[in-house]
Design a protein around this ligand. Structure first.
Ligand code: ATP
Ligand code: MG
Ligand code: FE
Length: 335
């Protein structure tokens, strides 16, 4: 079965053709990072305009690269939320037009379900119950899945998302947007000398908090400056990253034990983080727990993951109508 998937929730315009929810026939991603860089973050109006300019070309390229024709498709899938509403609408309207023109069923996809299902593109099968650690620009969540399409959020961030914290700390240090990869690179050359706070919260909580850590980084920089001392930027990055990783891995580990998990999936842009990947791989190297982390290009936003998530809706014939809208506040547990 062939799904054409479209993703325009933020600053990547992407289209993909996915076979049987598993095989990537094409996955074309056009990033707008260069256009947003000088503003230090994603500017919604600029994002929308880029999506409008790009969407037709990207979809045609995805179809061509897959070596298929619109008539071969079984469904069209699109990210309906969360994301920037003006950006989402471009993808939603393109998907509706294609569905209408070629008489295809339409599937609305939750962006975070997409990040999670990126893992289905790299393993033979997902095995339940599983735990997904979602670490992205807008989300930090531990999600328990007892079966396909069932998402129970057992922990989430109470303030900043982890990617957001990375980007804000990076901006404070003077690194370009998006800062996550730069901090990751610097951290590998530094040492955790600062021993910044670890936000464990209540002993039994799976929630996260990163704004305190972000403030600790800013205060530390300020204090060093006032004392006229230099801090190695590599050590600052390493200290920040060590605190983030220790909490992410620690809470994941506790949830795996409590919920009797066989398979751990990592999802979202921050899953590209080398420090996090190494720490998780070390944790589960000699264990029965099957750890899966997507390759870098499937961690950040892309349409292939949207096609993978859409396949579970296609199987159940859960389609949406032409009244589909961009829905920034869409609830994963209800999706
Ligand atoms: P969401 O998926 O929650 O809607 P988003 O789509 O904007 O948010 P993603 O594209 O999944 O987020 O991820 C982007 C984030 O990933 C950015 O904050 C970026 O800094 C971060 N990121 C990318 N690579 C790395 C890395 N190597 N280390 C840390 N963070 C990284
Ligand atoms: Mg992005
Ligand atoms: Fe994302």
């Amino acid at each position: 079965e062939l799904i054409l998937a479209i993703e325009t929730s933020c600053d990547e315009t992407s289209a993909a053709v996915i076979e049987d929810g598993k095989r990537i026939l094409s996955n074309v991603v056009s990033s707008q990072i260069e256009s947003h860089k000088r503003f230090g973050g994603v500017v919604p109006e600029i994002a929308s305009r880029h999506h409008v300019e790009q969407i037709t070309v990207i979809v045609e390229e995805a179809i061509k690269k897959a070596g298929v024709d619109f008539e071969d498709l079984d469904a069209v899938a699109v990210t309906e939320g969360p994301g920037l509403v003006g950006a989402l609408l471009i993808g939603v309207n393109a998907a509706k037009a294609i569905a209408y023109a070629h008489d295809l069923p339409l599937i609305g996809v939750h962006h975070i379900a997409g990040h999670i299902y990126a893992n289905q593109l790299i393993v033979d099968s997902l095995t339940f119950p599983l735990l997904a650690l979602v670490v992205s620009g807008g989300h930090t969540e531990l999600i328990y899945m007892k079966e396909h399409g069932s998402f129970e959020i057992i922990g989430e961030t109470r303030d900043d998302a982890v990617g957001e914290a990375y980007d804000k700390v990076a901006r404070t240090i003077g690194l370009p947007y998006p800062g996550g990869p730069h901090i990751d690179r610097l951290a590998a050359e530094g040492t955790d000398v600062l021993k910044l706070p670890r936000a464990w919260l209540e002993a039994d909580s799976y929630d996260f908090s990163f704004s305190g850590l972000k403030s600790a980084v800013i205060n530390t920089l300020h204090n060093y400056k006032q004392r006229g001392e230099e801090i190695k930027v590599e050590d600052l990055a390493a200290s920040f990253q060590a605190s983030v990783i220790e909490v992410l891995v620690g809470k994941t580990k506790r949830a795996v034990e409590q919920y009797n998990i066989n398979q751990v999936l990592v999802a979202g842009g921050v899953a590209a983080n080398k420090g996090l990947r190494n720490a998780l791989e070390a944790e589960y190297a000699d264990s029965n727990v099957n750890l899966i982390i997507p390759p870098l290009n499937l961690c950040t936003d892309n349409a292939a993951m949207i096609g993978a998530a859409a396949s579970i809706k296609l199987k159940k014939k859960e389609f949406v109508g032409y009244d589909l809208n961009g829905n920034p506040g869409i609830d994963l547990e209800q999706w």
